[in-house]
Design a protein. Structure first.
Length: 236
């Protein structure tokens, strides 16, 4: 079904968020804003923050990173049981992108990352770099937004297994080079990761999203929240 035609108010909001109509993100934003009143309210509430993120994105890849965050927000806000806060920890300390609350359950953080390419077998870069941004004492999840037609192209379980094997091999230098205090720092941070979601926007149906749950996490992400997020991401 085609998206509703943007109203003048929607166009004004989109114009505030992006530099001009020739911006590649402009058409997407117009569609998302016109189609979803909840996303429109979210974008209106955080208009200056979103505008700043887009203005300071230094290159097309950085702008695609911001687009991925906004696309995920648009998808998840389709479920009225999900409440969303944007950069609740502030934008300067590198905290998670979103804090979500599903149907009155305990809030959890969701950090969105978009790898420049889909990692090969065991490739864990998209997850390892995000472990440092996960705060303690709260459930945390990471969403990996990939290109392609199947979310299964990134295997989160395999990626975590590869990292655990490095830790078991006492490869402290590997973790230290990526900002962690060796394998001990990796294990401590991994306990903060409750789940991984993988989102392939160009796929369809169940192929659009996968999840992996870390059963060794100190604080799990509510199962109902994971199911709801998967349903939103798969719905298109």
């Amino acid at each position: 079904m085609a998206s509703p035609s943007p109203t003048n108010a929607v166009r004004r909001l989109a114009d505030h968020l992006v530099d001009s109509a020739v911006d590649p993100l402009s058409d997407d934003l117009l569609d998302w804003l016109a189609a979803s009143s909840r996303f429109r309210a979210f974008a209106g509430e955080h208009r200056d923050k979103i505008r700043k993120k887009l203005r300071t994105a230094a290159d097309p890849e950085a702008r695609r990173d911001v687009r991925a965050e906004l696309r995920v927000a648009h998808a998840l806000l389709a479920d009225r049981r999900i409440a969303m806060a944007f950069e609740a920890y502030g934008s300067t300390i590198g905290g998670p992108d979103f804090t979500l609350t599903f149907r009155g359950e305990r809030p959890f953080n969701l950090e969105v990352t978009r790898p420049r390419r889909i990692p090969g077998a065991g490739g864990a870069g998209p997850l390892l770099t995000k472990l440092r941004q996960l705060p303690p004492s709260v459930p945390n999840a990471v969403l990996v937004a990939i290109e392609g037609d199947n979310a299964a192209a990134f295997n989160a379980e395999e990626a975590i297994r590869a990292l655990r094997e490095r830790a078991a091999a006492k490869d402290d230098a590997y973790f230290a080079a990526r900002g962690l205090i060796g394998r001990r720092g990796f294990h401590q941070r991994l306990q903060r990761l409750g789940a991984v979601l993988v989102f392939a926007e160009d796929a369809s149906g169940a192929d659009r999203a996968e999840s992996w749950v870390n059963r060794s996490a100190r604080i799990p992400v509510p199962d109902g929240a994971i199911r709801a997020c998967l349903a939103c991401l798969r719905a298109g």
